[in-house]
Design a protein around this ligand. Structure first.
Ligand code: ZN
Length: 255
C-alpha cells in the first residue's frame, strides 16, 4: 500500500493537516510501505513536489493536440448547460472553446499548431481541456461494481486537465502518478466512477496502461448523506477523542 499526499490544492492544503492525517490513518490501522513520511523508490510522494511529471504530460497532450485552452468561467458553463447533472458531477462542457480550436470541416484529431489558435496573451490565464471523442463508449470492468460504460460527450464532456491557476487537475495528476508509481490497483469511492472513464482517455492519449479499479460504496451518515469533511463529528480524530477504538470502528466498517 502506498500513501500519496494529494496536496495540489494550495487553498485547502495545510502542512498541519498532513501530519494529522498520517497520524489518524495509522491510529485507524492503515500501514503503508511507501509514502511521504517513509519514503520509497517512487518518491516524492507529495504531489506538490511532482510538478515536472505533470508538466511533461501536459506538453505531451499539447503536442498530440488532445487538449485546448478554455477561457470559460464556471458561470459561463452553468448558463450554457441546460441538462441537469448530479451534485458531484461537473456539467458536461458545452464545447464553447473547443469550436474555436478546430479547423472548419476537419476532424478534431487534425493537428492544429498552437501558434495558429490565436491564444490569449500569456498573462491571461485559462484552463486546458481534454477533447473527448464524442459518442465513443468508454467501458471497463470495475473490480467491485462490474461492467461499466460511459459515453464521451454525453455522460461526461471535455474535462479540465490543467487549471487556470497553473495547477494540474485531479484527473491528470492521479493518472500520471499512478503510471509513474506503477500502481496496479486503485481503490476509491464510487463518486469517482465516471472519472475513471476520463482517466482511461488520458492513459490512452499518454500511451500508458491503466491500473485496475475497485470503487467502494460511499460511507454515509444515519440520514444517508455521504460523509465529507463537513461531518467533522465523525472524523477519526473526534471518534478517537470520544473514546472509540480502531478495532471497534473497523468492525463496524466491515459489516
Ligand atoms: Zn471554454
Amino acid at each position: 500500500m502506498i500513501l500519496r499526499n494529494e496536496d495540489l490544492d494550495s487553498t485547502r492544503f495545510k502542512m498541519d493537516f498532513v501530519s494529522a492525517m498520517l497520524e489518524d490513518l495509522r491510529w485507524f490501522g492503515f500501514e503503508w510501505s511507501e509514502g511521504p513520511d517513509v519514503g520509497g523508490k517512487f518518491a516524492p510522494y507529495n504531489q506538490s513536489e511532482r510538478m515536472n511529471f505533470y508538466r511533461a504530460a501536459l506538453d505531451q497532450l499539447r503536442a498530440g493536440n488532445f487538449i485546448y485552452p478554455c477561457t470559460c468561467t464556471r458561470k459561463d458553463i452553468q448558463q450554457a448547460v441546460r441538462a441537469p447533472h448530479a451534485e458531484d458531477e461537473e456539467p458536461v462542457y458545452p464545447g464553447t472553446c473547443r469550436a474555436k480550436t478546430e479547423v472548419r470541416g476537419q476532424k478534431s484529431e487534425v493537428r492544429v499548431p498552437l501558434a495558429d489558435l490565436r491564444l490569449p496573451t500569456s498573462d491571461f490565464r485559462f484552463n486546458w481541456r481534454f477533447r473527448v471523442p464524442d459518442g465513443e463508449t468508454i467501458s471497463f470492468v470495475d473490480e467491485n461494481l462490474g461492467a461499466q460504460a460511459f459515453v464521451a460527450g454525453k455522460d461526461f464532456g471535455d474535462f479540465i486537465v490543467w487549471r487556470n491557476d497553473d495547477v494540474p487537475a485531479y484527473q491528470l495528476a492521479c493518472a500520471v502518478d499512478d503510471a509513474a508509481m506503477q500502481i496496479t490497483e486503485v481503490v476509491r469511492g464510487a463518486d469517482l466512477l465516471v472519472s475513471t472513464a476520463r482517466q482511461i482517455l488520458l492513459y490512452r492519449a499518454l500511451g500508458l496502461t491503466p491500473p485496475k479499479f475497485f470503487h467502494c460504496e460511499l460511507m454515509r451518515d444515519e440520514t444517508g448523506v455521504r460523509l465529507a469533511k463537513r461531518h467533522d463529528a465523525l472524523s477519526l480524530r473526534k471518534l478517537q477523542a470520544a473514546g472509540r477504538s480502531p478495532e471497534e470502528l473497523r468492525r463496524g466498517w466491515q459489516n
